[in-house]
Design a protein around this ligand. Structure first.
Ligand code: SF4
Ligand code: SF4
Length: 469
């Protein structure tokens, strides 16, 4: 922190008053700071940025390692390929993520918002660009108020160039997870990008630039649904960022060598540093607020003041309502244990489902015609069998009917498929008896890997026939 901490000689009357977080231009100009939680956040966000911007460039087995191939309806993630039939697993993964978010919110409040949410992470990155190009908080406030000059134009241009550069890179990277990134980047550099790709790159460029550059805390306050309902998940043991009013009040300035108790003061020196670092412009001393994204910037700021004043850290800290009321925080409590247990079961079920996922897929479509009589005088129905080889190797498959006494599969009964190949195989099923047991019966088709017979799948369809011929 480059700005001086206000410690003054006189003691003022102590009446907590609302602090105006925004400057006269009605913008939030955050002050920079250092501290443990900032280090954690920068480290965590750095890893996430590295994963987001870096993974898209990795290759695996001659193709992009992570690619949602929209044209082919396949999702590649390193050695595994997922098909539309597997998207139930994706739904399960999203449900697990949502449930994990609930559990972590019960435990430690809005840590997702403060440390990992893309909106917060990109906003911090954009704020850093602002600091690099326009200077510290006071310089930015002055620049904002100053008339246009060459200096202001140069600084503003530099800031927006950096913002736009990051935004274009983000848009390109995001689209690169759906369209191979290397040709996409080459097309962008040579101005030859197709209309659809260009639209989406521009869309995500604009979304990043506007959300992280201009809207910032407004997204958290007015657009994010999670901000609206997260507080109902809190209980009295949830760790939230709070100001210890019993210790801090009465707040007010004092000399560094004065004992607060002797002059009727608490530990808060009313320096307002906690407000100046807050990205949403609120005063944590006013209590838990919907606008608080749990970034812990105010903890770092206040701890640095406590160090300078020689007071114990933790005037603003992660704490629970129980602890603030003089009790103890119960980290292990039934609700949290219940959430964690359900989460473990759901993750285990997903892992089993992934391991057991059939590597061959079969879809059966019955021909629209009801039935017909073949050249041998047998009633037959026509079907189309769609078989997908989901493995990364060529496979031979056997097609058959199972539990279908009195029926005969006619047509191809063996097929060889290349990795990822999809085929539609027309087949017919004939009824061997003269009279069917009923006018509509279930029949089951099965496809089995010839070399690895434990790899198989089955699908049902209907066989219709006239009761009277
Ligand atoms: S009050 Fe503190 S934790 Fe909440 S958003 Fe502001 S700085 Fe972050
Ligand atoms: S809570 Fe801490 S940072 Fe905020 S005004 Fe009081 S002493 Fe300063």
């Amino acid at each position: 922190m480059s700005e001086r901490i206000p410690t003054v000689e006189t003691f003022e009357p102590i009446h907590p008053k609302k602090v105006k977080a925004k400057s006269s231009d009605n913008l939030i100009h955050t002050r920079s700071f250092t501290g443990l939680f900032r280090t954690l956040r920068v480290g965590g966000a750095g890893l996430l940025f590295l994963a987001f911007f870096g993974t898209v460039w990795l290759n695996w087995g001659g193709r992009q390692a992570v690619l949602w191939d929209l044209a082919e309806s396949k999702f590649h993630i390193f050695g595994a390929t997922f098909w539309p039939q597997d998207f139930i697993l994706l739904s399960a993964l999203l449900i697990i993520c949502a449930f994990g978010l609930f559990a972590i919110t019960v435990f430690a409040g809005r840590v997702w918002c403060g440390y990992t949410c893309p909106q917060s992470s990109f906003t911090w990155l954009f704020m850093w660009c602002e600091k690099v190009t326009e200077g510290e908080r006071n310089q930015r406030i002055k620049l904002q108020a100053a008339p246009w000059s060459l200096n202001k134009l140069a600084r503003r241009s530099a800031k927006h160039t950096l913002w736009l550069g990051i935004s274009v890179l983000t848009g390109l990277t995001f689209v690169g997870y759906f369209t191979p990134i290397r040709p996409l980047a080459a097309e962008l550099l040579t101005w030859q990008m197709g209309g659809v790709s260009l639209f989406w790159v521009l869309f995500f460029t604009g979304a990043t630039y506007i959300n992280a550059g201009w809207l910032r805390e407004a997204v958290c306050m007015h657009m994010c649904p999670y901000a609206r309902f997260q507080s109902v998940m809190f209980d009295k043991d949830t760790l939230t960022i709070s100001y210890d009013a019993a210790r801090g009040e009465h707040r007010g300035p004092r000399k560094r060598d004065v004992q607060p108790a002797q002059v009727g003061l608490g530990d808060c020196i009313d320096c307002q540093l906690c407000v100046q670092v807050c990205p949403t412009g609120i005063d944590i001393r006013d209590g838990l607020q919907m606008e608080c994204i749990g970034c812990a910037a105010c903890i770092d700021a206040c701890d640095s003041i406590m160090d300078k004043m020689g007071y114990a850290r933790g005037l603003v800290s992660y704490t629970s309502e129980h602890q603030l009321q003089g009790g103890k925080t119960h980290l292990l409590r039934p609700r949290l244990i219940g959430y964690s247990a359900v989460l473990v079961v759901m993750i285990a079920a997903l892992v089993v489902a992934l391991i057991e996922r059939p590597m061959v897929s079969l879809d059966v479509t019955k021909d629209r015609g009801m039935f017909r009589e073949n050249s041998q005088g047998l009633i037959e129905n026509i079907y189309s069998l769609k078989v997908i080889n989901k493995t990364q190797q060529r496979q031979d498959y056997r097609l058959e009917l199972v539990d279908a006494e009195g029926f005969q599969l006619q047509g191809k009964t063996q097929v060889s498929l290349a990795p990822g190949e999809i085929v539609d195989i027309p087949v017919s099923v004939a009824l061997l008896a003269d009279t069917p047991a009923s006018s509509s019966q279930t029949i089951r088709f099965k496809v089995t890997d010839v070399d690895e017979p434990w790899i198989y799948t089955a699908a049902d369809s209907r066989f219709v026939a006239p009761l009277n011929r």
